[in-house]
Design a protein around this ligand. Structure first.
Ligand code: BEZ
Length: 191
């Protein structure tokens, strides 16, 4: 049996609304750890090159949000979108996208992405270091399923998108359940 890989332990610096904070911008810093997001539940993480970028904003993020209830039917309790962007950018993106279900994780320093082996240079686009596109089903901090786009490389001229799409992950979850479900005809014979 292969050992499941554990997601790296890091602390994320988030900004949360707090009405007790005076002034026109009532937000405060809140540290969240890997354990806070991924501990004790089955989740999906998808990670992408940047907030507000076209494929991420037009397809990947809204499609995960729309398909959230479908994922719930397959035992997923939270869906997280991570990007190597700071908390201010991620909050602004969440607000602009009108997100209902997907939660955003700011990995501004790229520490989580680097420890996942997914940090790539995107200097060809003036982006600096960013996340390669990938997604994972994570159960209590252990990676159950892994979906990485092909061609992981620095300064990649293309932006492959398919493996880490919500449609592909849903299809995979469904087919895994079909494989592991007891064959009804065998069951009836055994009775
Ligand atoms: C996109 O999501 O379309 C995109 C991502 C990174 C760089 C440029 C575009």
């Amino acid at each position: 049996m292969t050992m499941k890989k554990r997601v790296p332990f890091v602390t994320f610096r988030t900004r949360v609304r707090d009405e007790t904070v005076d002034g026109p911008n009532p937000y405060r810093w809140e540290n969240k750890t890997t354990e806070d997001y991924f501990g004790g539940r089955r989740t999906i993480l998808f990670s992408l090159p940047g907030a507000f970028t076209p494929t991420c904003s037009t397809y990947q993020l809204p499609d995960f949000d729309k398909l959230y209830e479908e994922f719930e039917k397959h035992g997923i309790e939270s869906v997280y979108c991570l990007s190597v962007n700071d908390a201010f950018v991620m909050n602004a993106w969440g607000k602009a996208s009108g997100l209902k279900k997907v939660k955003l994780i700011p990995d501004g320093s790229g520490e989580f992405t680097r420890k996942m082996g997914m940090l790539v240079a995107k200097d060809n686009l003036g982006f600096g270091l960013r996340s390669w596109r990938y997604a994972a089903v994570i159960n209590d901090c252990l990676i159950e399923q892994w979906f990485v786009e092909e061609g992981l490389s620095d300064n990649c001229e293309t932006d492959p998108y398919g493996a880490s799409s919500p449609q592909n992950i849903l299809k995979t979850l469904k087919s895994l359940e079909t494989e592991s479900a007891p064959d009804q005809s065998e069951r009836l014979t055994a009775l």
